[in-house]
Design a protein around this ligand. Structure first.
Ligand SMILES: Nc1ncnc2c1ncn2[C@@H]1O[C@H](COP(=O)(O)OP(=O)(O)OP(=O)(O)O)[C@@H](O)[C@H]1O
Ligand SMILES: [Mg+2]
Length: 590
């Protein structure tokens, strides 16, 4: 490798211009040398013999003439066993170890190995000498947490190889040579348990992309029933400050029906990240009874870190997600918040003096966001197994205005949109997903007819509510008032979910399907009341019972008692069933 060197000719915030001698390529990593520190940077533009680099550290002290070393390598992550349970910064530095080494006020220019070179892994070979393999084919496995981690042919070994040697079952470290592969020219390539892959290049070692169709259950009723997310699909959660984006993502990271969760916390506030770091290791995964952290990776940046580091963290996160997908696992990537990443892009674009687009975001904002979400997907691997990466990103538009460029660019590419509403979060109606503004293109756990029927009540209920604001309750007919009360009922017993209640916080799909049918039956019942006051009192009582029902353990004694009470109350008050709903309800019983 030829070592290209250069020297700083200009510094502009955390972008430096470097005149170089030799060859430099886009996204290559360079190190700016300041005193005895080497600051990691990435090439983001090349013009003749001058390149622009974004520096992933605070650029204080860099001056013209400072030396820059180009590494010849793209910005990359290290892939191998030991990633699960880690907390990394955007450049894959393990944060706890970094804090130990450099103190809590992180020193710049300190980079650590992402994977411990001391840990021993119990390797079991799968491939045999003489086997013909391609990239991403399995050489062997090691247990990692509750998964069998595939040790694969490095993804950058294009072409086909013959296994020349492979280690016997035993304990090895990530940097030990685990196998030797012979390429078509007869050259022997030693392979270790870990290898690197450039973060900005999608991992593409699969046979084919499949259509995302099965729901990824989150146990949030409003999502699973009304605005579902598919395995391998994409969704976004835009919401104003404090509307509950982070809490919603935390609930999802605990309960989503996936194998591995990767959280890219490029948060607004340092405190938010600290919360995540403190809370996560204490959470228990109910599937395994072990720490949730064992199947989680956290990539973490606060707003006090340079913007470039925030950009790197989303790419690092998605690359790790793709890596585990290659093992036939279902991975969920949660990015919070993508607006911070977009701001990083805007800042850098400004420094590059590019022609700005809307709200000074670069013109390529849309295509960059699109190509990030395109890395989600459900894929069939070469061995026939299926893996998926689902991506959910929050967006924090200033003032909660969804017309701004980042929200707009995101909703063009995602399959589901969970828009949080200020009004609902102020009223403490959580999750504050707006039932009218939100949408999903995916199939959920309940048939579209049923969901549509319930949704119509919600819509009409809101219409009546708006009307009542104008004409007053007296000016509203009893019939309309009952529609309004039914809308209120769905909202309070189904849309809203108490995330601090042990039972109600996360509802399994079978329970959602079951209680939704109960609710549909109430909606379809035609009630007669002497006046609005009676109607309101009756619905209030019903709502309270239903909330208690939601809070009781699935099909225990209390649950069954409350259910009977609800059914009897409805039966006593009902004059019959809405004729249009009969068919939909019949499907319920069938
Ligand atoms: N599902 C929920 N149940 C109960 N309370 C909630 C829920 N979601 C949010 N909250 C309340 O709202 C507060 C703010 O939520 P959160 O931090 O998730 O908002 P955010 O949209 O991420 O804000 P920011 O834009 O500042 O990142 C929480 O501290 C909590 O008190
Ligand atoms: Mg937040």
């Amino acid at each position: 490798m030829i070592d290209t060197k250069g020297s700083v000719v200009a510094v502009n915030g955390n972008m430096v211009s470097v005149r170089f001698d030799g060859a430099v390529s886009m996204n290559e990593v360079g190190y700016v040398k300041v005193a005895d520190q080497r600051l990691k940077s990435e090439v983001i533009r090349i013009r003749g013999d001058v390149s622009q680099l974004q520096v992933f550290e605070i650029t204080k002290g860099i001056s013209i003439g400072d030396e820059v070393e180009f590494s010849g390598d793209m910005l990359a992550v290290e892939l191998g066993p030991g990633l699960l349970g880690q907390v990394y910064d955007g450049l894959q530095n393990p944060l706890p170890q970094l804090a130990e080494k450099a103190g809590y006020f992180l020193e710049r220019g300190v980079y650590l190995e992402p994977l411990s070179d001391q840990t021993e892994w119990a390797f079991t070979p799968v491939a045999k000498v003489g086997d013909s393999l391609e990239r991403a084919d399995t050489l062997g496995t090691v247990p990692e947490g509750s998964f069998l981690h595939r040790i694969m042919v490095p993804f950058n070994l294009y072409g086909s190889y013959t296994v020349a040697s492979i280690k016997d079952a035993g304990s090895y470290k990530v940097k030990d040579t685990i196998a030797e592969l012979k390429d078509e020219k007869g050259t022997i390539i030693p392979v270790k348990m870990s290898f690197t892959w450039p973060v900005k290049r999608p991992v593409d070692c699969f046979e084919e992309r499949l259509m995302p169709k099965d729901p990824m259950v989150t146990r949030v009723r409003l999502i699973d029933t009304f605005f579902p997310v598919a395995r391998g699909g994409t969704y976004c959660i835009p919401g104003p400050f404090g509307a509950g984006k982070t809490v919603l993502q935390q609930i999802t990271s605990r309960f989503a029906d996936v194998d591995i969760v990767i959280v890219a916390a490029c948060g607004e506030r340092a405190g938010e990240v600290v919360e995540t770091l403190k809370e996560f290791p204490e959470l228990i995964d109910e599937r395994t009874g072990r720490s949730l952290m064992e199947r989680t990776i956290i990539i973490c940046n606060t707003s006090s870190m340079p913007v470039a580091a925030r950009e790197a963290s989303v790419y690092t996160a998605v690359t790790l997600a793709e890596y585990y997908r290659q093992m036939g696992l279902n991975v969920l990537l949660l990015a919070d918040s993508t607006s911070r990443w977009a701001q990083a892009m805007r800042e850098m674009s400004g420094r590059l003096e590019e022609i700005p687009g809307e709200e000074a975001f670069p013109a390529y904002l849309e295509s960059t966001i699109a190509s990030f979400y395109e890395r989600a997907g459900i894929v069939k691997l070469r061995d026939g197994s299926v893996g998926s990466v689902t991506i959910g990103g929050t967006v924090s538009p200033a003032g909660g205005n969804f017309e701004e460029p980042v929200t707009q660019a995101t909703l063009k590419v995602v399959g589901a949109f969970h828009g949080l509403s200020r009004e609902r979060s102020d009223a403490r109606k959580f999750p504050a997903i707006h039932p009218l503004d939100s949408w999903s293109k995916y199939k959920g756990i309940i048939s579209e007819e049923k969901v549509g029927y319930a949704h119509a009540f919600m819509r009409r209920g809101i219409e009546v509510e708006q009307m009542m604001k104008v004409v007053g309750e007296e000016g509203t007919s009893l019939e309309d008032y009952i529609i309004y009360l039914k809308g209120e009922l769905i909202d309070s017993v189904y849309f809203q979910q108490n995330s601090f209640d042990a039972v109600d916080a996360a509802v399994k799909p079978e329970r959602q399907i079951y209680t939704f049918d109960k609710l549909l039956h109430i909606l379809a019942s035609e009630f007669k009341f002497p006046d609005k006051n009676e109607a309101r009192i009756w619905f209030n009582r019903l709502r309270q019972r239903f909330l208690d029902y939601n809070g009781s353990a699935w099909q225990d004694e209390r649950f069954n008692t409350l259910e009977k009470e609800i059914e009897e109350a409805v039966k006593a008050q009902s004059q019959g069933i809405d004729r249009n709903a009969e068919k939909i309800l019949a499907a319920t019983r069938g």
